[in-house]
Design a protein around this ligand. Structure first.
Ligand code: HEM
Ligand SMILES: *[C@@H]1O[C@H](CO)[C@@H](O)[C@H](O)[C@H]1NC(C)=O
Ligand SMILES: *[C@@H]1O[C@H](CO)[C@@H](O)[C@H](O)[C@H]1NC(C)=O
Ligand SMILES: *[C@@H]1O[C@H](CO)[C@@H](O)[C@H](O)[C@H]1NC(C)=O
Ligand SMILES: *[C@@H]1O[C@H](CO)[C@@H](O)[C@H](O)[C@H]1NC(C)=O
Ligand SMILES: *[C@@H]1O[C@H](CO)[C@@H](O)[C@H](O)[C@H]1NC(C)=O
Ligand SMILES: *[C@@H]1O[C@H](CO)[C@@H](O)[C@H](O)[C@H]1NC(C)=O
Length: 354
């Protein structure tokens, strides 16, 4: 435990150092219409400090939850935009099971953590902060509290009224068996270039994977681009295709948000085809190398790409709603929509309802 807190303390120190250089870039960042850097300044000025403080506690017990929260934001944004649709409880909204989004091994705990944060924030400010914004803030804090770069997040997202179908989810999230061509084509549809693809894949510097996400690289034939010792170690944890075990995504520093993931790739120790092929493919190889030798550069590019990802097809203004429970739509949606005009009006409306 003492070791864990020392590790944690050093991560906090690291992350406070990297804030300075990155905040300078803010002026050049594109902000979607309806989002702003100061969205909750009047209506919920403490939202970010509430989230940060609570996540510090959560991660002190289990730093692995940071990875779960980062991945949650990715899945939310890639499928139907950053509208917290990923949080909606499929069965509760009443579709056939076939239409319900697939459970892509997102951590159950991540859903609980988000709704707990939502509860804390709404207790302080009323129902003014969206679940989608809380997911975006929590993802940023997961990066920061794991030792990665700090950055401001534009806020003002609203929560979607529908969840993505199974087909839309499958169509929008690339499979780990994808090669670089598939990734570049797929992410280009969301306006990401090769640098974005390599930078975003750096999210795999923390977290874990289940065996069945990569055992196609081990059985029946071993992927020749995989380091042999690394492959043997993976086979030990995953003796068959569908074993229920997990391995870390970044063998050099599994819990630290750093650039070691790219060093793994240069050593043929990337876990998924989608990771390793970034080093094999000529179009992305030099970007991998550049990030492997320069963590500052990786952090800068990661922040740029995260800000892009975090603004994909956002709902703003009067669109969507502010959910009272992140896993279900508001039952009183019509009434609420009618009362929403601007931030201040939302505040007044809720003061009246309370
Ligand atoms: C580029 C395409 C991507 C593919 C193909 C991909 C695929 C995967 C897969 C298969 C897993 C393991 C799931 C499991 O077996 O449990 C995973 C985990 C993870 N991914 Fe990705 N991913 C991609 C992009 C991203 C992005 C953009 C981010 C965030 C910026 C991200 C963050 C994570 C994290 C943090 C985990 C670990 C989750 C945990 O420990 O619970 N991934 N990814
Ligand atoms: C996935 O399954 C777990 C465990 O059954 C559940 O708690 C979690 O909410 C599910 N996630 C999604 C996105 O349905
Ligand atoms: C979803 O995809 C499956 C398989 O590709 C297809 O059979 C089905 O009709 C699709 N469903 C919808 C609602 O598009
Ligand atoms: C990448 O994967 C796609 C789909 O599996 C395949 O058609 C293509 O030939 C692959 N490209 C390369 C360069 O391996
Ligand atoms: C897989 O592991 C989870 C917990 O890690 C456990 O709840 C589940 O029962 C396991 N499934 C199988 C098929 O062993
Ligand atoms: C690393 O990248 C940063 C940010 O782009 C740059 O300022 C710095 O000069 C680079 N360092 C080296 C050693 O190339
Ligand atoms: C939120 O909704 C879910 C799904 O209906 C329910 O299980 C849960 O208890 C609700 N949470 C709160 C805090 O009311």
């Amino acid at each position: 435990m003492a070791k864990a807190s020392a590790f944690f303390a050093s991560l906090l120190l690291l992350s406070s150092l990297s804030l300075v250089s990155l905040s300078e870039a803010k002026d050049s960042v594109h902000v979607e219409k309806g989002l702003s850097w100061t969205f909750y300044k009047k209506s919920c000025p403490k939202v970010e400090s509430i989230v940060r403080k609570q996540l510090k506690k959560v991660f002190k017990d289990d730093i692995g939850q940071a990875a779960g929260l980062l991945r949650l934001h990715f899945h939310d944004c890639f499928v139907q935009g950053c509208d917290a649709s990923v949080l909606l409880d499929g069965s509760a909204s009443g579709p056939s099971e076939q239409d319900a989004p697939p459970n892509l091994s997102l951590r159950a705990r991540a859903f609980e953590i988000i709704d707990d944060l939502r509860d804390r924030v709404h207790k302080e400010c009323g129902r003014v902060v969206s679940c989608a914004d809380i997911v975006a803030i929590a993802a940023r804090d997961s990066v920061v509290l794991s030792g990665g770069p700090d950055y401001d997040v534009p806020l003002g997202r609203r929560d979607g009224l529908t969840f993505a179908t199974r087909n839309a989810t499958v169509a929008n999230l690339p499979a780990p068996s994808s090669n670089t061509s598939v990734l570049l084509t797929s992410l280009a549809t969301k306006n990401f270039d090769a640098t974005d693809v390599v930078a975003l894949s750096g999210g795999h510097t923390i977290g874990i994977s289940h065996c069945n996400s990569f055992t196609d690289r081990l059985y029946p034939t071993q992927d020749p681009t995989m380091d042999k010792t690394f492959a043997n170690d993976l086979k030990e944890t995953c003796p068959a295709k569908d074993t229920n075990n997990t391995v870390v995504l970044d063998i050099r520093s599994p819990d630290a948000f750093d650039n070691k993931y790219y060093v793994d790739l240069m050593n043929r120790q990337g876990l998924f085809t989608s990771d390793q092929d970034l080093y094999t493919d000529k179009r992305t190889r030099d970007i991998v190398k550049a990030f492997a030798v320069n963590q500052t550069l990786f952090f800068e590019e990661f922040v740029k790409s995260m800000l892009k990802m975090g603004q994909l097809s956002v709902l703003t203004g009067k669109q969507g709603e502010i959910r009272a429970n992140c896993s279900v739509r508001n039952p009183d949606n019509k009434k609420f929509l009618a009362s929403v005009v601007e931030e201040d009006v939302v505040e007044e409306a809720w003061a009246e309802l309370r």
